[in-house]
Write a new protein. Sequence first.
Length: 176
Amino acid sequence: MKTQAVRLLTFTALMGALGVGLNYLTIALPNFSMILAFFLLILTFAGWTVGSLTMLITVLASNLRTGGVGPWTLFQIAAYLIIFLLWELLGKTSLKRWRWSQTIVAAILAFSFGFWNALLNVPFYHLPNFLVYYLQGLPFDAAYCLATGISYYFMDRYLQPLLQRRIPELARKEHH
């Protein structure tokens, strides 16, 4: 039992570190990030706790690198958790049985990240107009959507089977 807990903790820490590394790969491209695809893959493979902890490690470490942790960090975390909840809810439907439908859902959820983030930022910063604030971010949301769709497709195709083969004991029970 202790060995399983150590493996899970080690896996979570390594996935958090890998998430930070994935953020570094696309640092020069605004919002062209594969990180949400990675989070969704880990969430699907290992479950809510590991997926959420991987996201927390990645977001906190990445924000420390790019200007610090502040209220925006909490808004990012909340937006990701909303997306995770939607992903989990959609996982109970037949939509997530095929790689292409999963890819499309992942991309749409990535596009929604800006909406959730704006929904939290506007009241906190007392911004005068939600719609203006949200619409200004659409090009970034589109880039995030595209990057997530492409990344999810390839991660699901290559990384997911690798995880299933190498560490099946950490996979969710319903995926065996």
